[in-house]
Write a protein that binds this ligand. Structure first.
Ligand code: A3D
Length: 320
């Protein structure tokens, strides 16, 4: 079978890490695209030169010409700017919306059948706009945020309990902002829900509340430490797990920003919900039952995403 083709639009911190991980996992041949001429070519060559050491087979090509992404099976979009200390994700709307317009045109022309994973912030609004600019089928485009936010939640829980990360599962839904919705009730250690672990004396409600808050601010914590950009290792790993689920038809259940057309009472928005990802893209949207408190949190998060979409429409009336 011919190798699959994975195009990375944006060859910055996340783009380069994605290319390396894809090579190590032998998911396919990689095309790095970036407007910063030389960067995608240089990173592609550098990673290709690591292949003999690590013993993987994959081709890496760097380009600043959209023709290079022609026929890609998967496209992961990180093009745009990340935030710096003091900035919110929402401060990026104006500049990154323009980037999505050019990326969308490139995808529409050269790879309209690809499964597209958007990472550019503010995530829920950018994936919404990209779907429209590229005219993609709604089941063939998702935003990466929930896998990352859940991984952060899981990491903090792993530290709290002193158990293997493999046995901790957690769930973060809603928009990718500071009002994201970590679902404590559905988060478990070896199948035991967190509220039960509080009852068992493993932790306290206060500690779980603090972990939830740290999860919500997890992106900002890294921005403040790095000072020059935002997180890239865990975001890249998260997007690769989504790409792998599609390429290998794994039917994984992952929280992704998916297009909703009535589910959760939401129409024509991308918001973080659990979905099944397989060879057909988003094969199923899982509708979790919320309790009253969770419903309120989800509504608040939705309102933030709505505000961002409104801002996109004001900037670019073609999106109305
Ligand atoms: P960075 O290292 O700056 O890479 C972005 C790359 O995009 C740069 O190499 C730019 O040259 C390139 N670029 C800019 N404009 C264009 C364009 N029009 N066409 C093609 N390439 C272009 O950033 P990064 O890799 O750290 O982050 C990329 C994006 O991901 C940012 O918007 C971040 O905010 C976002 N991000 C999202 C998450 C989520 O969980 C959703 C997490 C971390 C970062």
């Amino acid at each position: 079978m011919a190798r699959r083709k994975i195009a990375l639009i944006g060859a910055g911190q996340i783009g380069g890490t994605l290319a390396h991980l894809i090579g190590l996992k032998e998911l396919g041949d990689v095309v790095l695209f970036d407007i910063a001429d030389g960067v995608p070519q240089g990173k592609g060559l550098d990673i290709a030169e690591s292949a003999p050491v690590d013993g993987f087979d994959a081709n890496f090509k760097g380009s600043s010409d959209y023709a290079a992404i022609k026929g890609a099976d998967v496209i992961i979009v990180t093009a745009g700017v990340p935030r710096k200390p003091g900035m919110s994700r929402d401060d990026l709307v104006g500049i990154n919306l323009k980037v999505m317009e050019s990326v969308g045109a490139g995808i529409k022309q050269y790879a309209p059948d690809a499964f597209v994973i958007c990472i550019t912030n503010p995530l829920d609004a950018m994936v919404w706009a990209l779907q429209k600019f590229a005219n993609l089928k709604p089941n063939k485009i998702v935003g990466m945020a929930g896998v990352l936010d859940s991984a952060r939640f899981r990491h903090f829980l792993t530290e709290e309990f002193g158990v293997s990360a493999k046995d901790v599962s957690a769930f973060v839904l809603g928009g990718h902002g500071d009002d994201m919705v970590p679902l404590v009730r559905y988060s478990t250690v070896a199948g035991i829900p967190l509220p039960d672990l509080v009852d068992m004396g493993w932790t306290t409600k206060e500690k779980i509340d603090a972990i939830v808050e740290r999860t919500r601010k997890g992106g900002g914590e890294i921005v403040n430490l790095l000072k020059t950009g935002s997180a890239f290792y865990a975001p890249a790993a998260s997007a690769v797990s989504m790409a792998e689920a599609y390429l290998k038809d794994q039917k994984r259940v992952l929280p992704c920003a998916a297009h909703l057309s009535g589910e959760y009472g939401v129409k024509d928005m991308f918001v973080g919900v659990p979905v099944v990802i397989g060879a057909k893209g988003v094969e199923r949207i899982v509708e979790v039952k919320f309790n009253a408190e969770e419903k309120d949190m989800f509504a608040k998060s939705l309102a933030s995403v709505e505000g961002l979409i409104h801002a996109c429409k004001e900037i670019n009336p073609a999106l109305k």
